[in-house]
Design a protein around this ligand. Structure first.
Ligand code: NAP
Length: 345
């Protein structure tokens, strides 16, 4: 059901912190808001705080590919169109954890879920009014990188390393998404800066206490940090891609926004998803993909690729296919041609 007024907004990670503040602000403007989070109690608390029939809470562990697919299918059943997708979900993992899909958890939640939701909800967004995707991460920060020889960080894990890698992956996700000309959704990469949110999520009580102290002294209030996100839903930028770091436009020539690296990450991600679609679950077969399409010195390895140039692969399911739109994350037509990844970056 589409409301007569207001927009229809989906918020991943909307049960807490900045996502929650954005959900409440958009509800106050008359929107229908769908919030996705993994914690039932937080969802209940949000429902009580909002006290609005225009709020839906969907519980899901977005670090799982199947859970993202379930959410996409559910949204497709319940909505003809979506106007905005706002991506906030993230969790810090001090120790390396693997998801049900055998992926490093930060990569899966902070990056891959955003990839899946953005691409698979595209048909619904294309049917929306001034459709918009906002990816709230760390654009403008040049620390960290995608570890092409080991994107799943099997060899050397650290929570900062994992967060920075997924942050840089989100930068590249925005670039690759915007390069696809046929979708209507505008993509915004947004770095809110140090904000008084997320500090309660750290499992270590000492770190949690230190973060709280620092946040009290130096961090921005949550409402201030999300103000641009709330506004963009009403007034999406005209450009296909906008990158903003704490109110300032980000220089598009930054190496972290390199289109070649963006295409390479999209290839890696599609191959990873294709592998799981084919049900390649054995440790040995999957681990070559988890290590990434690289020789270890940053160059791609032909043998590690799941398809050869000129071959084709099928698209994944999407919420709804509509004429003139493509549900395939990596291709512009339902049957996608495999390309060789760029050799640079
Ligand atoms: N806070 C800062 O200083 C800062 C600075 C720069 C960038 N950022 C970025 O801004 C974004 C939002 O940060 P925040 O401070 O608002 O974070 P937050 O308060 O920790 O909120 C994170 C959200 O993610 C959800 N989430 C965690 N694991 C999930 C899972 N497995 N499945 C579904 N949802 C899950 C949480 O809900 P549940 O508990 O219900 O699962 C929560 O709603 C993040 O991407 C962060 O990296 C934050």
């Amino acid at each position: 059901m589409r409301p007569d007024s207001g927009k229809t907004v989906v918020i991943s990670g909307g049960t807490n912190g900045m996502g929650r503040a954005t959900a409440l602000a958009r509800l106050a403007r008359g929107d229908r808001v769908v919030v996705i989070g993994s914690d039932e109690a937080r969802g209940r608390a949000l429902r009580e705080a909002a006290d609005s029939p225009r709020l839906d809470f969907l519980r899901a562990d977005l670090s799982s590919i199947a859970e993202n697919e379930r959410i996409v299918a559910r949204l497709g059943e319940e909505h003809d169109a979506l106007d905005a997708l706002l991506l906030f979900a993230n969790r810090v993992n001090p120790k390396r954890r693997e998801t049900v899909d055998g992926l490093e958890s930060t990569f899966a939640l902070y990056y891959l879920s955003r990839y899946l939701l953005g691409h698979r909800l595209r048909p619904l967004l294309d049917a929306g009014r001034d459709p918009l995707i906002v990816n709230v991460a760390g654009v403008g920060n040049t620390a960290g990188r995608v570890h092409w020889n080991d994107p799943q960080l099997t060899g050397s894990y650290g929570q900062v390393r994992a967060q920075l890698q997924a942050g840089r992956a989100n930068d590249l996700l925005g670039v690759a998404f915007a390069e696809r000309a046929e979708g209507r959704a505008r993509y915004v990469l947004y770095h809110p800066g140090f904000t008084r949110s997320g500090v309660d999520g750290h499992p270590n009580p000492v770190v949690r206490g230190a973060l709280r102290g620092l946040a009290r002294l130096f961090a921005r209030p949550v409402e201030e940090a999300v103000r641009p996100v709330v506004r963009w839903v009403d007034e999406p930028p005209a450009e296909r891609l906008t990158a903003v770091d704490r109110g300032r436009p980000v220089d598009r020539s930054l190496s972290t926004l390199d289109p070649g690296a963006a295409a390479r990450l999209a290839e890696y991600t599609e191959a990873l998803l294709e592998e799981r679609r084919r049900g390649v679950t054995s440790r040995g077969a999957a681990s070559s993909r988890r290590r990434g399409p690289s020789t270890g010195d940053g160059r791609p390895t032909r043998g590690a690729r799941p398809c050869t140039p000129g071959s084709t692969s099928s698209p994944p399911n999407s919420a709804r296919s509509s004429p003139g739109t493509s549900p395939a994350p990596g291709g512009s037509s339902p049957t996608r041609r495999c390309r060789r990844p760029p050799r640079s970056s």
